[in-house]
Design a protein around this ligand. Structure first.
Ligand SMILES: Nc1ncnc2c1ncn2[C@@H]1O[C@H](COP(=O)(O)OP(=O)(O)OP(=O)(O)O)[C@@H](O)[C@H]1O
Length: 418
């Protein structure tokens, strides 16, 4: 008997299919699609114990009972922000795109049935899987309205990045989009949100990685990882590769620089140059950093648009507080909100969020005499201004004035802001 398709079918990379035995999928769901049953897909558990199930280098995937419903990377995805997905699994006719068209004819050898995208020929399959599972971000979509303030950066990005990605036919030649941009500024000001928003608004796949994990998490493999990341991104274009803490990848070369770090950096620059020279590829690198001054000249030159993402001004802080409080039971007058906004001067967006979180615990703390396990939800009083007053005693701004001066100076020298 056929195992029912999970309620929310997910598109899974090779060898990491939805486990129909346990009904479990990857931690973060991959983009949805519907795929015909494939006899040659391994289960998730078998995938873990093998090098790789796809026929790179002529290795056939293991057989598997036909009654399993499996998902495959790139088969017919067409919805949402991933609508322009290009499958790394080529079709039988040699064109790209998986799905039913890529289904092997009955009895055909598996190698012939599942040719791998040329761009992934030299990439270790387990890295492709890692990227699809751990680096492709599938969280909820982000819109410009979710990001308070930073109007100049938002308008610039819309014009130079999002529109060109949506209309590559109009944005050609001099109007062509940059291949790399840098978002710099204090921590917690929305750089990651912006990166994700770019991907969502331009219908691109969002790859998000922290540069430090390239050196620490994939010890000795960072270089290969960088190559694999760009290769997969090209297969899934339009794509946005968001690299947090990019300074740790592109810091100025020094005598003490570790050999492996040097190799990762060189590979990254090579890949970035590749993205620049291949004008048809729609892969954008968005680097984010809190230490722009540590990025060396060669890298800086390649990240052509360098946008300062500063601390939120009063109207942006007000927007954040109002928005966060609108989702809670709360009793705050307009004047009290204004007071919160004034007193949070110097707070980053993350600090404001933390302040609201802390205040939201006030009503729970005031339940002292009641047993939290039995208390009725209605007995929890609304959040009041007094809760914010207490929260201000524990939540402080995380950015120092001295750091802010550094950002301002760097922005005046290298930034693209006004
Ligand atoms: N401009 C903003 N508008 C709305 N929320 C914001 C904004 N800036 C920060 N936040 C809140 O702070 C959290 C952290 O933001 P984000 O991770 O985008 O900051 P970041 O600049 O990338 O920080 P870091 O430099 O530390 O990586 C967000 O999830 C959001 O809740």
């Amino acid at each position: 008997s056929r195992v029912p398709i999970p309620r929310e079918p997910h598109q899974l990379p090779w060898g990491c299919g939805w486990d129909t035995d346990t009904g479990t999928g990857p931690q973060r769901p991959l983009p949805a699609l519907s795929t015909p049953p494939r006899a040659s897909r391994p289960t998730r558990s078998t995938a873990r114990s093998r090098t790789h199930p796809i026929p790179i280098g002529g290795r056939a995937p293991p057989s598997q009972p036909i009654d399993r419903v499996k998902k495959s990377l790139g088969a017919g995805r067409s919805r949402g922000p991933f609508g322009k997905f290009v499958s790394p699994v080529a079709r039988q006719d040699g064109s790209e795109g998986g799905g039913a068209a890529g289904k092997p004819p009955a009895g055909a050898p598996a190698e012939a049935a599942l040719p791998v995208d040329e761009r992934l020929r030299n990439i270790e399959p387990r890295m492709v899987e890692l990227i699809m599972h751990e680096i492709v971000d599938h969280g909820p979509p982000v819109s410009w309205d979710d990001i308070a303030g930073v109007d100049f950066a938002k308008a610039t990005i819309q014009e130079i990045v999002v529109w060109p990605m949506l209309r590559p036919d109009i944005f050609t030649g001099l109007r062509g989009p940059p291949k790399g941009i840098l978002l710099f500024g204090p921590p917690g000001t929305g750089k990651t949100l912006i990166g994700k928003c770019i991907a969502c608004q331009s219908g691109a796949t969002f790859f998000s990685i922290s540069a430090s994990s390239l050196t620490s998490k994939w010890v000795g493999e960072g270089e290969k990882m960088v190559r694999a990341l760009f290769a997969v991104a090209r297969c899934q274009q339009p794509a946005v590769i968001f690299i947090d803490e990019i300074d740790s990848l592109l810091s100025q070369r020094g005598d003490g620089e570790h050999e492996s770090s040097r190799r990762i950096k060189t590979e990254f620059l090579v890949q970035l140059d590749g993205a620049t020279t291949s004008s048809d590829d729609r892969v954008l690198v968005v680097g984010a950093t809190n230490r722009p001054q540590e990025i060396d000249e060669a890298a800086r030159r390649r990240l052509v648009k360098r946008l300062y993402i500063p601390l939120p001004e009063a109207p942006a802080r007000k927007q954040m507080v109002t928005r966060l409080m609108s989702r809670e039971r709360c009793r705050l007058s307009e004047a009290e909100i204004e007071l919160i906004v004034q007193r949070s001067h110097g707070f980053s967006g993350a600090d404001v969020t933390q302040l609201c979180r802390e205040a939201s615990l006030g009503p729970i703390r005031s339940l002292q005499s009641l047993d939290i396990t039995t208390v009725m939800a209605e007995q929890v009083r609304p959040i009041a201004f007094a809760d914010f007053e207490s929260a201000f005693r524990t939540v402080r701004p995380s950015v120092s004035t001295k750091d802010l001066e550094l950002y301002e100076t760097w922005n005046q020298t290298f930034g693209c802001g006004r």
